[in-house]
Ligand binder design. Structure first.
Ligand code: AMP
Length: 281
């Protein structure tokens, strides 16, 4: 694996590979890699000649009272994990990526203000800005994102459409632990007993899917049932439960055929998100 820390070096390296006709697959991450990230990297490996993974804890997407300082960082281990499946790791320093006079931001209006954007003001502006800047640095043919962060995918898709980034966005399925908990770097924050409680998110999604499969079309009723269910776990505090249209992310009242069930729940101090498709048959 080649480690690159300067944007200009990345651009120069990739330019010469592109000239030789190589296709480039790009996986943006904040590091502390787990199987969820690695599933994206492996897919990029299958579909491209060159695989670039960025590892950068993006300060712009953290709120002032969030976990920027404590977010887990393990660059040497991440690089070991990427051996064999990735050609270039792009790991810029904060100051080289965002010089002191940095003042340009990308805002995807509307979509960014709801759900996670409502709980985390400025979060999606930070995400869209870093991803746009990373796309300019890597100019990939394909970029890989996880369905785990469903709203993030929707924001990036919209940004790519609006600004005309010439690349294919690939969305990869959620990778879970054995008990169903969606893999996340933030799972490391959980104490052993919180870790056991955290499975409540997955169980709630399953029970939402079950209700829809049995014919329940009333979104509010499903949400209420899941609220009651999650509240039975003492360490759990609901941030939001929402049922939305999978494309527009607008809330739905009645589930027509398909909808997306989204959860954000604190387990102790750790905010976890997860989602699943609801199908009414
Ligand atoms: P992060 O490092 O948390 O910013 O995540 C980097 C990418 O990995 C994002 O596109 C995430 O959606 C994706 N990702 C994180 N966790 C998972 C997971 N459990 N399954 C699939 N993709 C994931």
């Amino acid at each position: 694996v080649k480690i690159v820390t300067q944007t200009s070096v990345l651009q120069k390296t990739l330019r010469s590979l592109r000239r030789k006709g190589r296709t480039i697959g790009f996986v943006p991450t904040m590091g502390c890699l787990h199987e969820g990230h690695l599933s994206l990297v492996r897919r990029a490996r299958r579909e491209n000649d060159i695989v670039v993974v960025s590892i950068f804890v993006n300060p712009l997407q953290f709120g002032p009272r969030e976990d920027l300082k404590t977010y887990p960082r393990q660059l040497p281990k991440d690089i070991r994990l990427l051996r064999g499946s990735c050609d270039i790791v792009f790991a810029p320093s904060r100051t080289s990526f965002y010089p002191e006079d940095f003042s340009t931001f990308v805002e995807v209006r509307g979509l960014s203000d709801r759900l996670c954007g409502h709980s985390r003001p400025g979060h999606f502006r930070g995400v869209a800005t870093v991803v746009a800047k990373l796309f300019c640095a890597a100019s990939p043919d394909r970029a890989y994102f996880g369905q785990k962060d469903a709203q993030q995918v929707a924001v990036i898709q919209k940004m790519c459409r609006d600004l005309g980034f010439p690349l294919d966005l690939k969305v990869c399925p959620i990778v879970r632990e054995k008990d169903g908990l969606a893999m996340s770097s933030r799972n490391l924050y959980l104490t052993p007993s919180e870790r056991r409680d955290a499975v409540v998110l997955f169980q709630a999604l399953k029970s939402g899917q079950h209700l829809a499969a049995q014919g329940q079309r009333d979104a509010a009723r499903i949400v209420r049932t899941l609220e009651d269910f999650i509240r039975r776990t003492r360490t759990a505090k609901i941030d939001y439960i929402a049922i939305v249209d999978p494309l527009s992310f607008e809330p739905v009242k009645t589930i027509a055929r398909q909808a997306l069930l989204l959860l954000a729940v604190f387990i102790g101090k750790t905010r976890l998100i997860d989602n699943a498709v609801l199908k009414v048959t």
